[in-house]
Write a new protein. Structure first.
Length: 136
C-alpha cells in the first residue's frame, strides 16, 4: 500500500500545546512501530493521522490524500518533567479549522489508546509527502 499526501499552501499557523499523556503515548507508539510512520485512524471523525518523528498530519476521509492540518515543531525538550504539555505549531491548509482542531484534541487521544491495545503496529504502507503547491 502506498499513500501519497499532498498539501495546499499554508493559510495559517498558531502555537499550541498537546497534553503530556497524548504526546508521550504517540511517541511511544511510534517507537514501537517498525516503520518510520504510524497510521492512526480517528474513526469518530473519519480522519487519518499519520505520525512520524517530525510531524503529525491529519487527513479527512472525504479529501483522501490532502492534508488539512499538520502538527509540527514539537518542543518536548523545553519541559522540565514528563507530565508537562508539549508545545508545537499547528499548520492549517484549509479555512475554518478551529472546530476540527478542538475535536482532534479530544478524539486523537482515544484513537491512540485504541491503537495501544494492538500487539503489532506495523504499517504496511509507504508515505510520500509532497510539499505545498505554489499556486499563483
Amino acid at each position: 500500500m502506498e499513500i501519497t499526501c499532498y498539501r495546499d499552501s499554508e493559510i495559517g499557523r498558531e502555537a499550541r500545546h498537546l497534553s503530556a499523556s497524548t504526546y508521550n503515548l504517540a511517541i511511544t507508539l511510534l517507537a514501537r512501530c517498525k516503520a518510520p510512520h504510524l497510521f492512526v485512524p480517528i474513526r469518530s471523525m473519519q480522519y487519518l493521522a499519520i505520525l512520524n518523528v517530525d510531524e503529525f498530519v491529519f487527513i479527512d476521509g472525504e479529501r483522501k490524500c490532502w492534508i488539512d492540518i499538520a502538527w509540527q515543531h514539537f518542543q518536548p525538550q523545553v519541559r522540565t518533567s514528563l507530565d508537562q504539555p508539549v508545545g508545537y505549531d499547528a499548520v492549517y491548509y484549509r479555512e475554518n479549522q478551529a472546530q476540527i482542531m478542538t475535536r482532534l484534541h479530544s478524539e486523537f487521544p482515544g484513537a491512540l489508546r485504541a491503537l495501544e491495545k494492538k500487539e503489532k503496529l506495523e504499517s504496511p504502507g509507504r508515505v510520500i509527502m509532497f510539499p505545498a503547491s505554489n499556486k499563483s
